[in-house]
Design a protein around this ligand. Structure first.
Ligand code: UFG
Length: 317
C-alpha cells in the first residue's frame, strides 16, 4: 500500500514507519520537525517537511491507500496550561485531515489514541469498554478525535482503527526516544545513568500500591509498531475499531528504576518528591481485543528487555 505517515520523524512514528517499510509498504512522511528529527525518518521514506494541516489536501491528492496519524501535541502538563494548543493541534488539525481524506477518497486510517482517555479507572486491567473520563486536556482532545473518527467511519465508510497506547518505551536500533523536553520516566532515569541528571525524582510514595509508587503498563515500541502494521492492513470499511495496547502487567516506578539499575550497572540515586498532578495510581491495559481481533502478540513484554533496548539507544547517541 502507499501510506502517508504524519509525525513520522517522531519517536513512535519513526519506529512504525520503519516497520511499514520493512513489510513492503511505500511510506511518505509528513512532519514539521517541531519535535521530530529528520535523521529519524527511515531510509526509503520520502519526507515532506510541513505542518500536515496545511498540506493534507495537496499531499493526499497524490493518491494514498491510507494514513497513519501520529502528529500530535502530547505533553499532559502543557495541555493543562495551554489548552488551545491541544484543541487546535490535535482536534482541529485532525478534522482537516479527515476532510482531506474524504475529499480524495483515502480509505484507511490508523490513529494514535491514548490510555489518557480513560482517566482514573474503576478497575484494572482496563478494557476498551471502560468509561472514558479523561482527567487532562491532552486525553480530552484525543477522545474528541476518537468520536470524530467514529462518525466519519459510520457516515462515509472510512476504515479506521484507534490504538490506545499505554506507556510506550524501549527502542529499535537507531529509532528511539529523544525529546527536547523529556518528561517520561525511563529516558529520565537513563539520563541519571549517563550523568546528565544527578538523581531521579519519584513522584509520590504514598499511592495505594504495594510499594507506594504509581504502576504503569510499559509496552515496547517495536510491539507497538507491529500493532500498527496489523491495524492498517486489517482495517474494515465503515468500521472504527478501538484497541488498547499494553502488556497487561504493571510495574511500579521503583521497579522501573531497579530494572534501569540492572541494565546500566549505575546506582541511580532516587529521591521521593510530591505527587504529580493528574497522575492516576494504576494504569494497566487489557489488550485482549487486540490479541483476538488483530492477532497481535507482544514479543518484548519483559521490562528488562524494554529498559535494555532504551539503554542501548541512549548509549549509541
Ligand atoms: N514519574 C516519576 N518521576 C519522573 C517521571 C515520571 O516518578 O521524573 C512517574 C510518573 O508519576 C508516573 C510514571 O512515572 O507514575 C510514568 O510517568 P510517564 O511520564 O513516563 O508516563 P505517564 O504514565 O504519565 O504518561 C504516559 C504517556 C501519556 C499518556 C499516558 C497514558 O506519556 O501520553 O501514559 O497512560 F497519556
Amino acid at each position: 500500500m502507499k501510506l502517508l505517515v504524519t509525525g513520522g520523524a517522531g519517536y513512535v512514528g519513526s519506529n512504525c514507519s520503519a516497520r511499514l517499510v520493512e513489510a513492503g509498504h511505500e511510506v511518505v512522511v509528513v512532519d514539521d520537525l517541531s519535535t521530530g528529527h529528520a535523521d529519524a525518518v527511515p531510509e526509503g521514506c520520502r519526507l515532506i517537511q510541513a505542518d500536515f494541516a496545511d498540506v493534507a489536501s495537496t499531499v493526499l491528492g497524490e493518491g494514498f491507500d491510507g494514513v497513519l496519524h501520529f502528529a500530535a501535541k502530547s505533553l499532559v502538563g502543557e495541555s493543562m496550561q495551554d489548552p488551545a494548543k491541544y484543541w487546535h493541534g490535535n482536534v482541529v488539525t485532525t478534522l482537516r485531515l479527515l476532510d482531506a481524506m474524504r475529499e480524495h477518497g483515502t480509505s484507511r486510517l490508523v490513529f494514535s489514541s491514548t490510555a489518557a482517555v480513560y482517566g482514573e479507572p474503576d478497575d484494572v486491567p482496563i478494557p476498551e469498554t471502560a468509561p472514558t473520563r479523561p482527567t487532562n486536556t491532552y486525553g480530552a482532545t484525543k477522545l474528541a478525535v476518537d468520536h470524530m473518527i467514529t462518525s466519519y467511519a459510520a457516515a462515509h465508510g472510512l476504515a479506521a482503527v484507534s490504538l490506545r497506547y499505554f506507556n510506550v518505551a524501549g527502542a529499535q536500533g537507531r529509532y528511539g526516544e529523544r525529546h527536547a523536553t523529556e518528561t517520561h520516566l525511563i529516558p529520565l532515569v537513563l539520563q541519571v545513568a549517563t550523568g546528565q541528571r544527578e538523581q531521579i525524582q519519584v513522584f509520590g510514595d504514598d499511592w495505594p500500591t504495594e510499594d507506594g509508587t504509581c504502576i504503569r503498563d510499559y509496552i515496547h515500541v517495536t510491539d507497538l509498531a507491529d500493532a500498527h502494521l496489523l491495524a492498517i492492513e486489517n482495517a474494515t470499511a465503515g468500521k472504527h475499531a478501538i484497541y488498547n495496547l499494553g502488556n497487561g502487567t504493571g510495574f511500579s516506578v521503583l521497579q522501573v528504576i531497579e530494572a534501569c539499575r540492572e541494565a546500566t550497572g549505575h546506582e541511580i540515586p532516587a529521591k521521593v518528591a510530591p505527587r504529580r498532578a493528574g497522575d492516576p495510581a494504576v494504569l494497566v491495559a487489557s489488550s485482549e481485543r487486540a490479541r483476538t481481533e488483530l492477532g497481535w502478540k507482544p514479543e518484548r513484554a519483559d521490562i528488562a528487555t524494554i529498559v535494555q533496548d532504551a539503554w542501548a539507544f541512549t548509549q549509541s547517541r
